[in-house]
Design a protein around this ligand. Structure first.
Ligand code: COA
Ligand code: AMP
Length: 630
């Protein structure tokens, strides 16, 4: 068996041989003319000239190989009390029919379809149906508000939207239809049709001429074939938070994505066809795209789609119940889920009630994994726990412990080593490589491996400006950290205005835009502050316009509600304080990083360029009023 070092070196020295071999495990209508086109712009492209269909490889390929009776998808919903299993044949048939529904609505290869769905099998069916037709899906997480949905509708310009009457949170039914209607009202682009899946928990009156009922439409739909697309054609657009309120439309192509997804299932997670794999995330996030829908199905595994939470649905034993019931081999979730379980069940009493012998390992990602959480999970489970680092932009782990190649020594706090194809380096401001142990900007030397974004939707320039221009020839990850003397990576913080709240990536810049839009606010800053459960929480500091004289509690409530209404509950914006002034550099840049350090009580240095150091005392006092800067 090849060791990690051998495989890694091969992937860097001869990427075409490495990924060409990986591609041979999938079915191509036509193989690529060029495995890697180094001359493509703005970045090198994979599998150029290849003809492919992702849905064929995820579903039909397994059915045609005689594995149609194998379980493809298990839906488990403690919030509704429902569960349902689809075999590969059943899922293929459901997807082919729903693709027929979309085709009847005029959806063809290259058209965009926006999917705004809760964690029900129909979400995966809609995504795979798009893939079947060669249409491009754009899934929007259910915790976003109408305004965010409208921004995405305007950018992606979908021909159709697929949604449901509601999602279900433990404390409430989230009615999607009014949010969708409002979003379409707000957007300048209008979809020609909306397919709505009616759930019994909420009614969704349909708008005549635009909306159609999922169930009725499926009854008369013609099943469709898989439409061959170019390997470089987009499979999906997934919006993610950047520095501003305008989210970035990360584009994923068909061929490279499938090849990377398939490789990771054995290489990183060490699962085989037929194994049960569970990513406890949401289809609205990249983890859901990659590891609830595509990778497990491309690899012929059984995927679990769980509509519930780690705690409260009904108790902190929820994850262990699912693992035992469905014989889950690998669980993938965010550290925050484990912190939530640990908080409610510190001695893991609930875990003891279940037989977890089927489980091989736990993978964590989405935010920095604090060593305490890793130790707790490892001690209680008695299984390997792997922290791995990745981004929406890459679609899979940049660094991980490759259990399927060679399990490596674990260093808690580090997501281990670079995965094949990622030449990860740590650079100083001038572009020189940092010495081992020294913090710097983490970059990946081009070419990036398959699945990494080739551009941002309809916006090559923003792609170049955001990721490529700082260090020509390198992709800027936006993360800061270091490599140690053994080549292990340590990911310490973001270098931009992105924060990570309960494993959800959010833009403080977007929240600032919303606060600044309030009539009483002159200027504001939103920073991320440490939170024992969610990792980070957003905290807003606002300066009032001259002459504003208001009840502060009322104003704070308005601001919190405004962020909830315009961005969504997922922003978890609950902390806001009024200050007289914001600390700035002499050139007027707000010192957000310094304020975060003060809030968290971590070491900080007085910035040499600060305009008026006395303001920091006022900020410290305001932060103490919210329970920070202790
Ligand atoms: N639709 C609508 N609202 C949603 C939603 C969805 N799909 N997902 C979350 N929300 C709402 C929540 O109900 C909550 O609303 P509230 O302010 O009314 O309580 C708000 O958004 C914040 O949600 P969240 O940050 O998830 O906090 P929580 O208190 O509901 O749950 C955890 C905390 C730790 C249990 C939860 O965050 C969790 O399971 N995290 C796992 C992380 C994860 O899946 N990450 C994905 C990347 S791997
Ligand atoms: P997202 O695009 O939502 O997956 O968020 C990506 C960002 O989350 C990364 O750029 C990191 O800042 C952070 N992140 C994800 N996984 C890890 C990890 N294992 N360790 C540290 N940070 C992580």
């Amino acid at each position: 068996m090849s060791t990690y070092q051998e495989l890694y070196q091969q992937s860097i020295n001869d990427p075409e041989a490495f990924w060409g071999e990986a591609a041979s495990h999938l079915e191509w209508f036509k193989p690529a003319d060029k495995i890697l086109d180094m001359d493509a712009k703005p970045v090198p492209r994979w599998f150029v000239g290849g003809k492919f269909n992702t849905c064929h490889n995820a579903l039909d390929r397994h059915v045609e190989a005689g594995n149609g009776d194998r379980n493809a998808l298990i839906y488990d919903s403690p919030v509704t009390g429902n569960a349902k299993t689809y075999t590969y044949s059943e899922l293929r048939d459901a997807v082919a029919k729903f693709a027929g529904v979309l085709r009847a609505q005029g959806v063809e290869k290259g058209d965009r379809v926006l999917v705004y769905m809760p964690m029900i099998p129909e979400a995966a069916i809609a995504m795979l149906a798009c893939a079947r037709l060669g249409a491009i899906h754009s899934v929007v997480f259910g915790g976003f508000a109408a305004n965010e949905l409208a921004t995405r509708i305007n950018d992606a310009q979908p021909k159709a939207i697929v949604s449901a009457s509601c999602g279900i949170e433990p404390n409430r039914v989230v009615e999607y239809k009014p949010l969708l209607d409002e979003a379409i009202e707000l957007s300048t682009h209008k979809p020609s049709s909306c397919v709505i899946y009616a759930r019994p928990q909420a009614e969704a009156p349909l708008i005549e001429g635009r909306d159609i009922d999922w169930m009725t439409a499926v009854e008369s739909a013609e099943p469709t074939e898989c439409v061959p697309v170019d390997a470089t054609d987009p499979l999906y657009i997934l919006y993610t938070s950047g520095t501003t309120g305008q989210p970035k439309g990360v584009v994923r192509d068909n061929g490279g994505h499938a090849v990377a997804m398939h490789w990771t299932m054995k290489g990183i997670y060490n699962v085989e066809p037929g194994d049960v794999y569970w990513a406890a995330s949401d289809v609205g996030w990249v983890v859901g795209h990659s590891y609830i829908v595509y990778a497990p199905l491309l690899a012929g595994c059984t995927t679990v789609m769980y509509e519930g939470k780690p705690v409260g649905t009904p108790d902190p034993g929820a994850f262990w119940r699912v693992i035992e019931q469905y014989k889950v081999k690998v669980l993938f979730t965010a550290p925050t889920a484990f912190r939530a379980i640990k908080k409610e069940d510190p001695d893991a009493e609930y875990m003891k009630k279940y037989d977890l012998s089927c489980m091989d390992s736990l993978f964590l990602a989405g935010e920095r994994c604090d060593p305490d959480t890793l130790f707790w999970a490892r001690d209680k489970l008695g299984k390997p726990v792997v922290d791995h680092w990745w981004q929406t932009e890459t679609g899979w782990g940049i660094a991980a412990n490759p259990l399927g190649i060679e399990p490596m020594e674990v260093k808690p706090g580090s997501p281990t080593v670079a995965m094949p194809g990622y030449d990860v380096q740590v650079l100083d401001e001038e572009g020189n490589e940092k010495a081992a142990g020294d913090m710097g900007n983490i970059v990946v030397k081009l070419p990036m491996p398959p699945s990494c974004l080739p551009t941002l939707w309809n916006n090559d320039q923003r792609f170049i400006d955001s990721y490529l221009s700082k260090y020509p020839g390198y992709y800027l990850t936006g993360d800061a950290g270091f490599k140690d003397e053994d080549g292990y990576l340590w990911i310490m913080s973001r270098t931009d205005d992105v924060i990570n709240v309960a494993g959800h990536r959010l833009s403080t810049g977007a929240m600032e835009e919303v606060l600044a839009g309030h009539a009483d606010i002159a200027e504001c800053a939103v920073i991320g502050v440490a939170d024992a459960l969610k990792g980070q929480m957003p905290l807003g500091m606002v300066v009032l316009k001259a002459g504003v004289d208001r009840d502060m509690d009322e104003l704070r409530k308005e601001l919190i509600q405004r962020v909830r209404d315009l961005i969504g509950p997922v922003a978890a914006f609950k902390l806001v304080t009024v200050v007289k002034r914001l600390p700035k550099t002499r050139s007027g840049k707000i010192l957000r990083g310094t304020m975060s350090s003060i809030a968290d009580g971590t070491e900080w240095k007085m910035p040499a360029t600060i305009d008026d150091p006395a303001i920091l005392d006022e900020i410290t006092e305001a932060l103490q009023g919210l329970g920070y800067a202790k």
